[in-house]
Design a protein around this ligand. Structure first.
Ligand code: GDP
Ligand code: MN
Length: 335
């Protein structure tokens, strides 16, 4: 029974309050979540509308591995004043074990992996694999060039007074991030070896961004650096191409999404390091952002004031020892 539905629960395409200022890029927010996330999500969406999207009216795309309830759709549709809202389900074949995975072995791995985050979770592994190799193939995303990934519960602490998608386009950026960090090695013990093998197989030598992820000059190990993928503003073309697809298929075939616990963040970062150039990357250091337990809070007081930030700059994570952003800046500085 619906608590909220009063009329048309399929009110998924609303009149767009188009203004002179409205964003003109083919772009959408991308939110994978479950029905029970709805109240946390309403807070996040309200925050995002207030800080950014009430000026630009970009679309939202909500995805779920099962169909959303009518209440979920109704609540989001009532709270978001403009733009198109897409509510979609993930294809079953994009959220299940591929045939070559031995599910008994995968289960044994989970039972022995409670010592790292989500080590014992099956659904988390499907989710990470989905964000690594499938989300950009969803029919709803075909109409878009850019996405901004958002999760229920994240917070935005500053006004974003410019169209971030237009920025990406006019500056030719392909991948934007806010926070970065060093991963748990236990989640991906063999990933680096497979990436190295892939490079040899494909004849990829010394890509310009490889120093982002490698520990030293002889390709010895992965330094665990990755862009935190709960926030991404990116050009979908970085995934929709043959070389990314080959990398995904190659790694997927090694079974590490299930026999280890590879996250989509390190997979994305590996791909960026193999296939992108320095000028394709952008650190949105002017965006105040929190995803537990880490905060990005602008350090420049001019930015802080102009964008009416409401976070504590002293709690910023960007220059913490566990953050990879200083390393990123070093790499970029050598451009
Ligand atoms: P964390 O950020 O690594 O702690 O992982 P989260 O639990 O936040 O999951 C990442 C994203 O995937 C969030 O947007 C979640 O809402 C979503 N998510 C994770 N697992 C599932 C799932 O089983 N089903 C659905 N529909 N969404 C999921
Ligand atoms: Mn999260």
């Amino acid at each position: 029974a619906s608590k909220y539905e009063t009329g048309d629960s399929k009110k998924t395409v609303l009149d767009s309050g188009y203004s002179d200022d409205a964003g003109n890029e083919r772009a959408t927010f991308l939110i994978l979540c479950r029905d029970e996330d709805v109240y946390e999500l309403l807070e996040t969406v309200q925050n995002l509308e207030d800080r950014f999207n009430s000026k630009y009216n970009y679309d939202y795309t909500f995805l779920n591995n099962v169909p959303f309830s009518k209440d979920f759709i109704y609540l989001l549709a009532s709270h978001i004043p403009s733009g198109t809202l897409n509510f979609g389900s993930v294809a079953e074949s994009h959220w299940q074990y591929p045939s070559f995975i031995n599910q008994t072995q995968a289960q044994i791995v989970r039972q022995n992996s409670a010592h790292f985050p989500y080590g014992d979770s099956e659904s988390y592994r499907h989710m990470c694999r989905y964000f690594s190799g499938f989300f950009y193939k969803h029919p709803f995303l075909q109409q878009y060039q850019y996405y901004w990934r958002v999760e229920p519960g994240v917070k935005f602490y500053c006004d974003v007074n410019y169209d971030v998608f237009k920025f990406m386009n006019s500056h030719g950026r392909k991948y934007g991030f806010v926070l970065s960090l060093f991963d748990y090695r236990d989640t991906l013990p063999t990933l680096w070896d497979h990436v190295k093998d892939f490079m040899v197989e494909k004849g990829i030598t010394n890509p310009p961004l490889i120093d982002l992820v490698k520990n030293n000059n002889v390709y010895e190990s992965y330094n665990l650096c990755h862009f935190w993928s709960n926030f991404e503003i990116a050009d979908l073309s970085i995934f929709r191409n043959e070389e990314y697809e080959e990398l995904f298929q190659y790694l997927d075939g090694k079974g590490g999404f299930y026999y280890e616990r590879w996250g989509d963040a390190p997979i994305h970062t590996m791909a960026m390091s193999l296939f992108l150039q320095k000028h394709d990357l952008h650190w949105f250091n002017d965006i105040g952002y929190y995803h537990a337990p880490y905060l990005q809070c602008p350090q420049e007081s001019a930015t802080f004031l102009k964008n009416r930030c409401s976070c504590n700059p002293d709690d910023d994570f960007s220059y913490d020892d566990l953050s990879c952003t200083s390393h990123f800046l070093d790499i970029m500085g050598n451009a």
